[in-house]
Ligand binder design. Structure first.
Ligand SMILES: [Zn+2]
Length: 283
């Protein structure tokens, strides 16, 4: 991006990313709890229906952040991204229990992504769209690690936003985005049933299909083989390493985090592809 004082702007983006990361932490912690309350009401539908509205309002948006151990309200000065964690040395000032390392990690990764995206994006609008995409990836990554779920209320909007953004071919042609959304779901669905019929085991969840569908909507069907290849290699590598360390026979781990990493890599590679193809045709 050719902005004057771009170095200064990039620092703003880093700080903005740290603040957004702190907000993403709130979603990561509170959304699964909110969904569990909705499910406990024997309500399968987690949409923002009139029944669910007050649950979302009270559990997701209301109330200050609290310590997960002693439930004491975290003071504003202890709620500064990363800095507070470092100053408190990762320990709650009230109960002296450890504060989850997840907080500073999510903040650092979000800040880092927003910072790096500033140098990759061609316009401020593109930076904003990429920052939104990466925020979804980070939240889905972390929630899937914590809870082994990829909530519909995140994956479905991500899919719609992807299709909307590509209406006039922002990242890929709309045709490619629609086919991508379909194939993303269909391919994983087929693998799921094939695996289940052959082995009798469940290898993935329906959240994975919807997440892959959303990535197909953003990146087009052409990116699906690469996403699956990267995610599978990462997943298999992780599986081998984890099974060596673990004594458990059947090891269960989420697939969503690998989809997040693959989706993040692919959107950046695709952006750079347009440059390199243009460069090649100029030769
Ligand atoms: Zn505490």
């Amino acid at each position: 991006m050719n902005l004057e004082f771009s170095n200064l702007y990039s620092i703003y983006m880093l700080i903005f990313g740290l603040v957004v990361g702190s907000f993403l932490n709130v979603i990561i912690i509170r959304l699964p709890k909110t969904l569990k309350v909705i499910w406990a009401n024997s309500n399968k539908c987690t949409d923002l229906t009139s029944d669910n509205f007050s649950i979302y309002k009270n559990m997701l948006w209301k109330g200050r952040s609290k310590c997960s151990h002693c439930n004491s309200v975290i003071r504003a000065q202890d709620n500064i991204p990363i800095l507070s964690y470092l100053l408190l040395r990762g320990i709650c000032p009230k109960c002296k229990n450890k504060i989850s390392i997840q907080y500073p990690i999510v903040e650092t990764i979000t800040g880092g992504c927003f910072f790096i995206l500033f140098f990759i994006a061609e316009t401020m609008l593109q930076w904003g769209i990429l920052a939104l995409f990466f925020s979804f990836l980070i939240v889905l990554f972390t929630i899937d690690i914590n809870e082994m779920i990829l909530p519909d209320i995140l994956t479905i909007p991500l899919l719609w936003i992807g299709l909307l953004i590509n209406i006039s071919g922002y990242f890929v042609k709309l045709d490619d985005a629609v086919i991508g959304a379909f194939l993303g779901y269909a391919i994983l669905w087929s693998i799921f049933w094939l695996f289940k019929l052959i082995t009798g085991k469940i290898g993935m969840g329906y959240g994975d299909f919807k997440y892959m569908s959303a990535l197909g909507a953003w990146l087009g069907w052409q990116s699906i083989p690469s996403i699956l290849l990267i995610a599978s290699i990462l997943g298999i590598t992780f599986g081998i390493v984890a099974s060596r360390k673990s004594s458990k026979k059947s090891l269960q781990f989420p697939f969503g985090p690998f989809l997040s990493i693959a989706g993040g890599i692919l959107i950046i590679v695709n952006l750079n592809d347009t440059f390199s193809f243009a460069d090649l045709s100029n030769l």
